[in-house]
Design a protein around this ligand. Structure first.
Ligand SMILES: NC(=O)c1ccc[n+]([C@@H]2O[C@H](COP(=O)([O-])OP(=O)(O)OC[C@H]3O[C@@H](n4cnc5c(N)ncnc54)[C@H](OP(=O)(O)O)[C@@H]3O)[C@@H](O)[C@H]2O)c1
Length: 350
């Protein structure tokens, strides 16, 4: 069995260190992917800081795999060694992405067209899953899931919601950028988003029709939003989901409307208001949203090839896995705007 390098969070609330571990062997339905690029997510620093979601240490973090197929597991069709692929990682030793090789499930692994680099591809999986499941999955019995809209990657899905407005809070975030693009494919109009105004051109290039300064106080925001609406605002996607943005999203939603949040629900719910709020779970390994995840990742190569979906702008960190802890600090300190931080595990120095 060969060895690879991995970045270990050594203990709960502990520090990171690069060490060696076995390269895993894929089982039936799985792929072994050589990870050329991975991306950093807020959940990675939150695990280290708050000690949540993981109990077994040392642990490997990282939820974004982009690379080449190294080994094809039993029963897998449609993939060969050397294929360029993208997939969500997961927080287990063999599936986390802050290492040089990881296992993925073939049916939720997408192919990357030639014009997309591995670094760009690493920005896609978690963001598009969270955006796509949040908009198009159904709500599960636990109250998590999505708004239940009809997806644009299905026949008859393009422009299905033409003329309906959508508000995307935090459009410059990784998730927000994919929500805007999917909303554009679904035909929503206008697509109104909040961001720092230096990100206005980026958001408009993705499909936002209007960008409102995210630092406006609520009253000013409400006036600006209302002036842009010609029909009731029935869907709000809050990609940020801190208490202030959730409450603003809830208050601005029309009766009968739906608010998607990406963190635990904190908005004060008015039972008389007839507004639905749910927490998105952007995880392709979740059984309740598996079917739609398979369809989304099966459609990804085509969506990227046509330019219907564009990756996030990216910034590559130095020194492979060793660059990740510094990048997570930048994320935690809100120093990253409009770009996804990327690491190249194969560049880790000896
Ligand atoms: N439920 C799930 O399955 C799931 C999955 C993925 C992520 N998440 C959560 O979703 C959130 C977003 O994740 P991400 O990876 O997309 O984040 P990200 O890319 O790290 O977000 C950074 C961006 O957030 C924007 N921002 C920060 N505060 C804002 C505010 N008050 N209003 C509007 N924009 C604001 C900034 O925009 P400007 O630069 O324009 O100021 C910045 O560019 C995180 O809390 C993450 O933990 C949940």
């Amino acid at each position: 069995m060969s060895l690879q390098k991995a970045l270990f969070l050594q203990e709960k609330f502990g520090s990171f260190a690069v060490g060696a571990k076995d390269v895993p062997t894929p089982g039936a339905g799985e792929l072994l992917v050589r990870i050329e690029a991975t991306a950093l997510n807020p959940v990675d620093w939150k695990i280290q800081k708050y000690g949540r979601w993981i109990e077994k240490y040392p642990a490997i973090l990282g939820c974004e795999v982009a690379g080449t197929v190294e080994y094809v597991g039993e029963g897998v069709t449609g993939f060969s060694k050397g294929d360029r692929v993208v997939c969500e990682g997961w927080l287990t030793s063999d599936r986390a992405s802050f290492q040089q090789y990881a296992i993925t499930d073939a049916e939720v692994t997408g192919k990357i067209p030639p014009h997309i680099s591995f670094e760009q591809a690493a920005s896609i999986s978690g963001g598009i899953a969270t955006a796509g499941l949040g908009l198009y999955a159904d709500v599960d019995p636990a109250g998590r899931g999505g708004a239940g809209l009809f997806p644009p990657w299905e026949v008859g899905g393009r422009n299905k919601y033409a003329g309906k407005p959508i508000l995307v809070l935090g459009g410059a975030s990784s998730v927000g950028q994919y929500v805007i693009q999917l909303a554009r494919l679904s035909g929503f109009f206008p697509i109104i988003s909040t961001a720092s105004l230096h990100n206005e051109d980026l958001l408009k290039s993705l499909g936002a029709t209007h960008v409102i300064d995210r630092k406006l106080p609520f009253e000013g925001f409400q006036v600006a939003l209302t002036s842009l609406l010609t029909s009731p605002l029935e869907i709000v996607y809050d990609a940020i989901s801190v208490p202030d943005t959730q409450q603003a999203g809830y208050d601005l939603l029309a009766p009968g409307g739906t608010l998607a949040v990406t963190l635990a629900i904190t908005a004060k719910i008015d039972l008389q208001a007839n507004k639905r709020v749910f927490q998105v779970f952007g995880n392709v390994y979740e059984p309740t949203t598996r079917k739609i995840s398979v369809d989304l990742f099966g459609s990804l190569e085509g969506l990227l090839a046509t330019g219907d979906i564009k990756p996030n702008p990216v910034r590559v960190l130095p020194d492979g896995l060793l660059g990740i802890p510094g990048g997570l600090k930048e994320l935690e300190e809100n120093k990253v705007s409009g770009v996804k931080l990327i690491a190249r595990p194969q560049d880790t120095p000896q």
